[in-house]
Design a protein around this ligand. Structure first.
Ligand code: NDP
Length: 255
């Protein structure tokens, strides 16, 4: 591995790192030498992810956390510091969706999507900031979506949260560039995970539409996110901040 991409000695936290895209990113960081803390609500799933990361030769730990809660975000950072002594990389990946027409959402449903997808990224970033300052810099990677840029009838709160992720990313990047903290977002196309397996069950014809519209001609795989995670977490991206990078097999380039 080129030194530019080497993450030896770095400590990363990945929210929702126990499965799907988060685990794909965590595996990339682990292979590049980082110690990885995976945060999620399901302890057994997180324990299995830790085993998978350790099998790659990395140090890894699981922290049970509901990242919609400010105290839990603070406790997550504290746990990473207690276990590994520093925090260099934060991936705000935890996410959820409730698919309905806009007129059907309750306020509780709206709030739960916004809190899981957007407020959590703000809270974890805010909680990680002092530790990153102490490390002399840091890397924050926020996970957006194609619905950061496109609309969908069934995704009012989700689209609002993911559009918000892109703008939050820019503000954090502007505020913290002086502290050598780079903040970027990654916008996945359609990726085969538990989240989209549910979407395929609930939205008729989705599977075929995704295949037809994706120039790469396939669904993405969590492993497709290893490389972008390493790039945005490493010295290779030190002059890249505030941007939103699509990882979508060309989905957003097709007219
Ligand atoms: P998964 O459902 O596999 O992953 C979601 C993860 O978020 C789980 O690991 C879950 O862990 C965690 N999570 C959810 N709520 C909370 C919470 N309150 N506190 C802590 N962790 C939480 O889906 P994906 O891998 O597909 O999604 C990952 C991210 O990628 C999301 O932000 C999603 O919106 C985004 N995305 C996905 C796309 C796709 O096509 N799959 C496309 C575009 C964006 P646990 O259950 O243990 O809490």
């Amino acid at each position: 591995m080129s030194k530019q991409f080497d993450l030896s000695g770095r400590v990363a936290i990945v929210t929702g790192g126990n499965g799907g895209i988060g685990l794909g990113m965590a595996e990339g960081l682990a292979r590049a030498g980082a110690a990885v803390v995976v945060a999620g609500r399901k302890a057994a799933k997180s324990a299995a992810a830790v085993k998978a990361l350790e099998a790659l030769g990395a140090k890894a730990a699981a922290v049970e956390a509901d990242v919609t809660k400010q105290d839990a975000c603070k406790a997550l950072i504290a746990a990473a510091l207690a276990r590994f002594g520093r925090v260099d990389i934060l991936i705000n990946n935890a996410g959820t969706n409730i698919r309905k027409q806009p007129q059907e959402y309750t306020l509780e449903e709206w709030n739960s999507v916004l809190e899981t997808n957007l407020t959590s990224a703000f809270l974890c970033s805010q909680a990680a900031y002092p530790a990153m300052l102490k490390s002399g810099g840091g890397k924050i990677i926020n996970i957006g979506s194609m619905l950061s840029i496109f609309g969908a009838a069934f995704a009012g709160p989700y689209g609002a949260s993911k559009g918000g992720i892109v703008q939050l990313t820019k503000s954090l990047a502007c505020a913290w560039a002086k502290d050598n903290i780079q903040v970027n977002s990654v916008l996945p196309g359609w990726i085969d995970t538990e989240l989209t397996q549910a979407a395929r069950r609930e939205v008729a014809g989705l599977h075929e539409r995704v295949l037809a519209r994706t120039p790469a001609g396939r669904w993405g795989d969590p492993a497709d996110f290893s490389g972008i995670a390493v790039f945005l977490a490493s010295g290779a991206s030190d002059f890249v901040t505030g941007t939103a990078i699509t990882v979508d097999g060309g989905y957003s380039s097709l007219a």
